[in-house]
Design a protein around this ligand. Structure first.
Ligand code: ARG
Length: 587
């Protein structure tokens, strides 16, 4: 289905042509003065130069040419040359009727579906998820859902960090505590125990302890580095321990993501691409792309048009070991090989932009990424506390994700039970659903690249631009629909033309759906969907306050309103699903 703006633009272009002007002048936009009109065309102003004629005369000619149009209730020329447009209510109702009947409310899916890999996890095994993992998970999940809805083959990859120093640290600490385990006995040839030598709780405690020791004691750090190296070289006992770490840690990480309603199609790990590295590096050398500089193997990636200096990408350190960039390059190699993606999107902290610029350029230069593969970086800003500094726990530490989620749920529970009696179990479940909307919407309603302030009070409020407000609106609609259903009346397929201003505003808001989703997709910008549903929820609530829907005595009018409510509910629910949360039945 064509977007409403396209239809309007075509109609106005036809009028320009009919009046003897070039139709390309007829650009239409949503009005920036909603008090004056709904849509506007400033084309006459642009055409004035070409035709050496006063713009207001051109606008007048076009308005005359629009005289017979069924699309507009009002088309007026206004000084100095605007064309102000209001839609005809019957035409608008017709457009909405089509939206109701079309699949996906008339959204046009991609004509050529792409394979898109989205890399938005990046947690390290053996470390609990913390608030730093929140933004990529929330934003990436939404980008993936929007891509799928647009008809693309979108694949999320968690890309676990399982191959770095953190594993060496855990091995070192475990060895210090339990030196007699067979994993540390070089002469041991038997099978290793099936049971891991730690629980998830113990594992999560091992890492911070080891990390603290390594900062105090250089010898300890050396040992951890050596253990990491030996693990990567294939030390049997260390590999067995590493496998235990994965087995214990991954289910826990999955549960954490489940709590966020975030899931990944692929559970790839950094270690998976390790086997590609030697060949890949040789290849880069043979092609003359990589060369030795002070012992390290580097690739020049600067370009003439760079505004600032882009340093070379280091592929191997002088001791021959791989770095963060090496793994990311090898991952692109593997993805090309296994999935032939059209796009790979990375959702990571915006401070990693240079890293990704280097990696992307290096892959293009070395022919690792296909020329056609779009490599895109979506950098997000920092989540700050109310003091404007990066979000921390009260004692200055990093807050675990679990803690954060339970704090929100607690606050939500308090709000839900504050004014009325709800059964404990239902209140807890509702708090969980609404709490997640508070957390996700609080994040997604900001442009990703901006920093934002995590404000528990504001995010959990039922008023203002918040997740709970959106859910409250949906629940309100659900409740009206169910009470209407109890009367046994049938909602009609018929949508009557709007009879009042707030009803028309609601209808106009609904028509923006496809545009909002498309823009959010093209710009990797879920906040565009938030802005759309906030406007829509406001339009609905205004309509609701001005009309007594269930008390309406004209059954035709009432049935039409019910149809409008169903459409509003369907679109709001679709949108929150694209953002990665859902609405409860009651709240
Ligand atoms: N594990 C990384 C970190 O903690 C983030 C991973 C981002 N994704 C990637 N493919 N490099 O900084």
């Amino acid at each position: 289905m064509k977007k409403i703006l396209e239809l309007i633009a075509e109609e106005v272009a036809g009028a320009f042509e009919k009046a003897g002007y070039d139709s390309s002048c007829a650009r239409v936009t949503l009005s920036n003065r909603p008090d004056l009109c709904e849509y506007q065309c400033n084309g006459a102003l642009a055409a004035a130069k070409t035709y050496r004629k006063a713009p207001v005369l051109i606008a007048g000619d076009c308005v005359k040419a629009l005289a017979g149009s069924r699309m507009f209730a009002k088309a007026e020329a206004a000084a100095p040359g605007f064309i102000n447009l209001d839609l005809d209510p019957a035409w608008l109702a017709g457009y909405l009727k089509e939206m109701r009947q079309a699949a996906k409310y008339g959204l046009e899916e991609a004509k050529e579906p792409e394979t898109i890999i989205i890399d938005y996890g990046g947690p390290n095994v053996a470390k609990p998820l913390h608030v730093g993992h929140l933004r990529p998970a929330i934003i990436g999940e939404s980008i993936k859902r929007i891509g799928k809805y647009m008809g693309h083959h979108a694949i999320g990859d968690v890309h676990l960090g399982d191959w770095g120093l953190q594993i060496g640290l855990i091995i070192t600490e475990l060895k210090r505590r339990q030196p007699n385990l067979p994993y540390f006995d070089e002469h041991y040839r038997g099978e290793y125990p099936k049971e891991p030598p730690f629980t998830i709780g113990e594992l999560e405690e091992l890492y911070p302890a080891a990390s603290a020791y390594s900062k105090e004691d250089p010898a300890y750090r050396e040992e951890a580095l050596l253990a990491t190296h030996q693990l990567q070289q294939g030390n049997r006992g260390y590999r067995a321990l590493w496998q235990h770490i994965l087995n214990v840690s991954i289910p826990d990480i999955k549960r954490n993501y489940d709590d966020l309603n975030v899931s990944f199609e692929l559970w790839k790990k950094e270690s998976d691409v390790d086997p590609y590295i030697p060949r890949m590096v040789e290849d880069m050398k043979e092609k003359g792309v990589a060369y030795l500089d002070d012992g390290a193997l580097i690739v020049d990636v600067k370009e003439e048009t760079d505004a600032k200096e882009i340093p070379p990408c280091i592929v191997l350190k002088s001791d021959g070991s791989a770095l963060y960039a090496t793994t990311d390059i090898a991952t692109i190699l593997e993805r090309e090989k296994l999935y032939r993606p059209d796009q790979i999107i990375y959702v990571a902290d915006k401070r990693q932009e240079l890293h990704f610029t280097q990696v992307f350029r290096c892959c293009k230069k070395a022919g690792i990424a296909d020329e056609r593969t779009k490599l895109r970086f979506v950098g997000f800003g920092t989540m700050n506390g109310r003091d404007g500094k990066p979000f921390k726990t009260r004692d200055g530490g990093v807050m675990q994700l679990k803690t954060m989620i339970s704090n929100i749920n607690e606050e939500m529970y308090r709000k839900i039970t504050e004014n009325h009696e709800v059964a404990e179990e239902e209140a807890r479940e509702t708090a969980r659903i609404v709490g997640l909307s508070a957390l996700k919407y609080g994040d997604l309603s900001n442009q990703a690249s901006k920093d934002y302030i995590f404000d528990l009070d504001r995010f959990t409020s039922f008023e203002g631009n918040t997740g709970p407000y959106i859910l409250y609106t949906i629940v309100r609609i659900k409740s009206i629909l169910s009470r209407y259903g109890e009367t046994g009346s049938e909602a009609s397929e018929e949508l009557l033309p709007a009879s009042g201003a707030s009803e028309k505003s609601l209808m106009l808001a609904l028509t923006q759906f496809s545009q909002a989703v498309e823009t959010a997709y093209e710009e990797n910008a879920p906040h565009k969907i938030c802005a759309f549903i906030y406007d829509l929820a406001n339009a609905f609530n205004r309509f609701y306050h001005e009309n007594r829907i269930l008390g309406e005595t004209d059954p035709k009018k009432q049935a039409s309103w019910i149809a409008l409510l169903r459409l509003t509910k369907g679109i709001l629910e679709t949108c929150i699903d694209l953002l990665g949360f859902e609405a409860p039945e009651r709240m």
